[in-house]
Design a protein around this ligand. Structure first.
Ligand code: A3P
Ligand code: MG
Ligand code: MG
Ligand code: MG
Length: 389
């Protein structure tokens, strides 16, 4: 079979022309080309609806817990990072809703939490509290009738579909609460859910219950009278939308269009342990950024950037830290579908196909297309200076 090129007529602007370099391509290479482009052709509508529902229900549980956080609600994991009843409850709910909404699909998910610690002696009270929170949230939502989960059902829901992800097939990626430290402090956090198909992120949902509806570019501060709560969602080829939790209609969002880095403001982690603030301040200085950094927790940073609050997100973890896919998958598509660029410190796109870890060079940087070349140059120079000092 001799083919030079193949024109496919689809509603998706990305799929116009697939070039086949050789004139002697056989049928199997044609099938391969079509398979590679299938993630763009797929609509993922059912999955998108299910993901929005799952993240929104989980967000309600998290809001309730954050309002009345008890000291006993916060535990420490083996790596000494915090986990709360809301992290577990959120994961149980997301898994439960996805399985209920998509009964005909195999369920595979790379999620941050597991039930190991909850199965230990002494964890019964915590498990009972999580189970009560899950049942209360399901009952208020009302979509699943008068269902009551047992403690064993909740443990099973937390672990259900557990997978290591990878480059084949479909895998959900979940951070049931991203920014647990922010959540415990009463600050920003996100419920972050994405879907991988053949190793690529094809949809992402970020529920940010504490993110103000108004821009938080350079004057972010806590203020009780600001209206908060946003759901960001993005599907490959279809743009990014933000829906306020107050029930108003979704609006399409875009990253900032600014081209002059001196006008940019940048986001970074609130926690110094999560990103080296000395590197980020050196990069900002080289770019001539005048505004002080906006330090907030979680992937709410990606959400804020996708709607043009600020222009840059810099993340430079300390040596030896390995980034997990659930900390970036949903945020990455939310920003890229809004016209932004997400890469590692060398400019390589993030690769979500390698299992639960991201294998990347030094740090993660996010900005718009126009600012990326100057940002990459500033990053390179700052890292070289650090290495030689
Ligand atoms: N030493 C470290 N360096 C970089 N990231 C870290 C870290 N320790 C924990 N994290 C990750 O940072 C995430 C929060 O990001 P941010 O700093 O942007 O708020 C945490 O997600 P969880 O809160 O889901 O555990 C955790 O996965
Ligand atoms: Mg954690
Ligand atoms: Mg996280
Ligand atoms: Mg988490």
């Amino acid at each position: 079979m001799n083919i030079n090129c193949l024109r496919i007529v689809t509603p998706y602007p990305q799929v116009k022309l697939i070039s086949l370099k050789s004139r002697t391509h056989n049928f199997s290479s044609l099938v391969l080309s079509l398979k590679l482009s299938s993630s763009v052709v797929m609509s993922y509508d059912k999955e998108f609806t299910a993901a929005k529902k799952a993240a929104s229900i989980a967000a309600r549980l998290c809001q309730k817990v954050q309002k009345a956080l008890l000291q006993s609600d916060v535990q420490s994991k083996l790596d000494r990072s915090p986990v709360t009843v809301a992290d577990y409850g959120s994961q149980a709910l997301v898994n439960f809703v996805l399985e209920r909404e998509l009964p005909s699909e195999p369920f595979s998910i790379v999620a941050e939490e597991d039930s190991k610690d909850l199965r230990k002696d002494g964890a019964q009270d915590t498990l009972q509290r999580i189970t009560d929170l899950v049942n209360d949230t399901l009952s208020i939502d009302g979509s699943y009738g008068s269902i009551t989960l047992s403690t064993e059902d909740v443990l099973k829901a937390i672990d259900s579909g557990k997978s290591e992800g990878g480059s084949h097939g479909r895998h959900w990626v979940l951070d049931p609460i991203d920014g647990t430290k922010g959540f415990v402090r009463g600050d920003q956090y996100a419920i972050a859910l994405a879907l991988l198909d053949e190793g690529k992120v094809v949809l992402g949902v970020l529920a940010c219950p504490n993110l103000p509806l108004a821009s938080i570019s350079s004057d972010y501060q806590h203020s009780a009278d600001r209206e908060v709560g946003c759901l960001f969602f993005a599907k490959i080829g279809a743009g990014t939308y933000m829906q306020p939790h107050n029930g108003s209609s979704p609006v399409k969002v875009q990253v900032t269009a600014i081209e002059n880095s001196e006008e940019a403001s940048f986001f970074e982690s609130y926690e110094k342990a999560h990103s080296m603030h000395n590197i980020t301040s050196s990069i900002a200085k080289k770019l001539g950024v005048k505004a002080p950094p906006v330090r907030i927790d979680s992937q709410a940073k990606y959400g804020a950037l996708s709607r043009g609050d600020g222009a840059i997100y810099l993340r430079f973890p300390h040596k030896g830290y390995r980034e997990k896919i659930w900390d970036h998958a949903a945020g990455c598509i939310v920003v890229t579908e809004a016209g932004g660029v997400v890469s590692d410190a060398s400019g390589n796109p993030l690769d979500f196909s390698k299992g639960k870890y991201l294998d990347l060079d030094i740090g993660i940087i996010v900005t718009n297309q126009k600012l990326m070349p100057a940002l990459l140059k500033a990053v390179k120079e700052s890292l070289e200076e650090k290495a030689s000092s």
